[in-house]
Design a protein around this ligand. Structure first.
Ligand code: BDR
Ligand code: CA
Length: 317
């Protein structure tokens, strides 16, 4: 039976790749997408997810409005670096014009809790934006959230530096308090951080293969990822490609054997220059009830093969 999956996204370009990876995987039944602020405003994240779902032939999957700002602020503005990497619209200035459906009225947090109640251990939540919706769900009803099978997050950096500060990765830095609450909640969390995502790179040679497929979805994905690669050529020229952050988290939720994990009780530093750093929690280093694990190595060739096969199949005529 396919695993039920919720994607919690701040829908930028690699989040759109996470959607495609999930839809291209027969092991997954994508039951809904919940929206976060981050690469874009939350309302824009909803529209982007709806338009991507439409483009990929799944317009009926519901998209839920989530948090518009962090748990410690009252509003949110998109950072210039996010707009540079993902475009003003979050999806590489694609200007998707398909009509999008009416917004569902149930909140992201209520949907997450309802799904945990209904599917329990069969449910995976993959979060690839700030951890705010999960923190709000923890605050509202942790016992129900604890019925979930697994939570896989794209966020953090344990063995490498950050990408928005020397210490902090972007998703964690948006709401360090939320990430800290998640790590200390007792929920089963696998952290797919920069330690592994910066080892999974996609190039213009790869997007040319998509473009050659000739479908509207393949062309849109090739355009979108070329935009993302162009931004990486400016911000991280040494990588010679773009990092497949968010789809790797989906892949790990489906097949944990793609990575090597290190069990570690985590915390997020919330004070001073290291605010947003994900690191071992000294107070619980010997606590045997470790529920958090950090991915420290990835089988890059196997992941890239899976990525190309699954998304290529989805984008093909
Ligand atoms: C993460 O930050 C966001 O910009 C990306 O979509 C990804 O989830 C990478 O640090
Ligand atoms: Ca993201």
């Amino acid at each position: 039976m396919a695993q039920k999956m919720i994607l919690d996204l701040d829908t930028g370009i690699d989040d759109a790749l996470a959607i495609a990876y999930a839809l291209g995987s027969s092991e997954v039944d994508l039951i809904g997408i919940t929206s976060e602020y981050g690469n874009v405003l939350t309302e824009r994240s909803v529209v982007n997810s709806q338009q991507i779902l439409h483009l990929l032939g799944h317009p009926d999957i519901p998209v839920y409005l989530g948090a518009g700002h962090s748990t410690t602020t009252n509003d949110f503005s998109v950072l210039p670096i996010s707009a540079e990497i993902h475009g003003q619209d979050g999806v590489g200035e694609l200007h998707l014009t398909e009509p999008h459906p009416e917004m569902v009225t149930e909140s992201a947090v209520d949907f997450i809790l309802r799904a945990c109640q209904e599917y329990g251990a069969d449910l995976s939540i993959v979060a690839t934006g700030p951890m705010t919706n999960l923190a709000l769900a923890i605050q509202k009803d942790l016992p129900t959230l604890k019925k979930v099978g697994q939570i896989v997050i794209m966020g953090g950096a344990l063995t490498v530096g950050g990408n928005v500060s020397p210490f902090a990765e972007a998703n964690i830095s948006q709401d360090p308090e939320a990430a800290d609450l998640l790590f200390k909640s007792g929920l089963p969390v696998t952290m797919v951080g920069l330690d592994v995502t910066l080892r999974t790179l996609f190039t213009r040679t790869d997007t040319a293969e998509w473009r050659a497929l000739g479908t509207p979805a393949a062309t849109a994905y090739a355009d979108m990822v070329d935009y993302y690669i162009k931004a990486y050529e400016v911000t991280s020229p040494h990588l010679h490609g773009c990092a497949l952050h968010d789809p790797l988290a989906v892949a790990v939720a489906i097949d944990p054997s793609l990575v090597t994990t290190f069990p570690l009780n985590l915390k997020t530093e919330i004070e001073g220059p290291s605010r947003g750093r994900t690191i071992g929690n000294n107070a619980r280093l010997d606590d045997p009830t470790t529920r958090t694990a950090v991915c420290v190595q990835v089988d890059t060739p196997r992941f890239l093969t899976e990525f190309k096969a699954r998304i290529g199949h989805l984008l093909a005529p």
